[in-house]
Design a protein around this ligand. Structure first.
Ligand SMILES: *Cc1c(COP(=O)(O)O)cnc(C)c1O
Length: 216
C-alpha cells in the first residue's frame, strides 16, 4: 500500500490507542507537498487538509475542492489581512485568528461572499515576543469581540507551543482556557507532540511530516 496512507493509518491508530473521549480529527498538513503526494490520501477518502500559505493553497486546492465538495481545507499559518478575501473564498477553517483587524476584515469578506467559516483563536500561551497569537490576558475580551462584533463562528482555541520542555503544561493550560470559554474544539498537536495533545483533549491535530515525510 501507499506509504503516505500507511503513515496516515499509523497516526490514526496511535491516536485511537489512547481511547480519546471525543473524536479526534487529523488535519493532514500538506504545505510544500505537491498533488502527487496529496491525491492518494484524497482518493482514500480523507477530507481534512491543512496549508499555511493562501497562494500555494489556492493553486493546489481550488480545482480539487470544486470537484470534491466534501474536502475541508484548514488555514494553519499566519494570515495577513490583505489575503483574507482569498482565504475566505478557499478555506473552511482558519486556525490563526489573532487580531481585531483580521477579525473585522474576515467578517466583511464573509458577508461579501455569503460564506461562514469556522475559526480557532490562536493563543500566544508562552507570551513569546516573536510569536503571533492573542496573549492569555486579552483572550476573554478578544473572544467576545470576535463573536459579538465580528460575528465569527469561533469553535475553539489553537496553539503552537513554545519550543521547550513544557509542551504538556501548555496543552493542559490551553485545554483549561478552552473549557472556561465553553468551546467545543481544540486545535493542538503536531507530528512531534500530537499524542500529548490528544491526552489533553485536542480534537484537531495538525500533522505534516509524520504523514508526508520531512519537508526540504
Ligand atoms: C507545518 C505546520 C504543522 C505540521 O507540522 P509537522 O511538524 O510537520 O507535523 C502544524 N501546524 C502548523 C501551524 C504548521 O505550520
Amino acid at each position: 500500500m501507499n506509504t503516505i496512507i500507511d503513515r496516515f493509518n499509523k497516526t490514526k491508530s496511535n491516536i485511537n490507542s489512547l481511547k480519546p473521549f471525543r473524536p479526534v480529527n487529523i488535519i493532514a498538513v500538506s504545505k510544500t507537498f505537491s498533488l502527487n503526494y496529496i491525491m492518494p490520501l484524497v482518493e482514500y477518502g480523507h477530507i481534512h487538509f491543512g496549508e499555511n500559505k493562501v497562494q500555494e493553497a489556492h493553486s493546489k486546492w481550488n480545482d480539487l475542492k470544486k470537484q470534491n465538495q466534501n474536502l475541508q481545507l484548514h488555514m494553519v499559518g499566519k494570515l495577513q489581512s490583505n489575503k483574507a478575501k482569498d482565504a475566505v473564498k478557499l478555506f473552511d477553517y482558519i486556525h490563526s485568528l489573532d487580531s481585531q483587524k483580521l477579525a473585522d476584515v474576515l467578517s466583511k469578506c464573509q458577508s461579501k461572499f455569503n460564506k461562514q467559516l469556522k475559526y480557532f483563536i490562536q493563543v500566544n500561551i508562552g507570551n513569546e515576543i516573536q510569536k503571533s497569537g492573542i496573549p492569555v490576558a486579552d483572550l476573554d475580551a478578544f473572544y467576545n469581540y470576535c463573536i459579538n462584533e465580528s460575528r465569527l463562528k469561533v469553535i475553539g482555541l489553537m496553539i503552537i507551543p513554545p519550543n521547550d520542555d513544557n509542551t504538556e503544561k501548555y496543552f493542559k493550560s490551553l485545554s483549561e482556557l478552552n473549557n472556561s470559554l465553553a468551546l467545543k474544539e481544540l486545535s493542538m498537536g503536531m507530528s512531534a507532540d500530537y499524542l500529548d495533545a490528544v491526552k489533553h483533549g485536542a480534537t484537531f491535530v495538525r500533522i505534516g511530516s509524520s504523514i508526508f515525510g520531512s519537508r526540504s
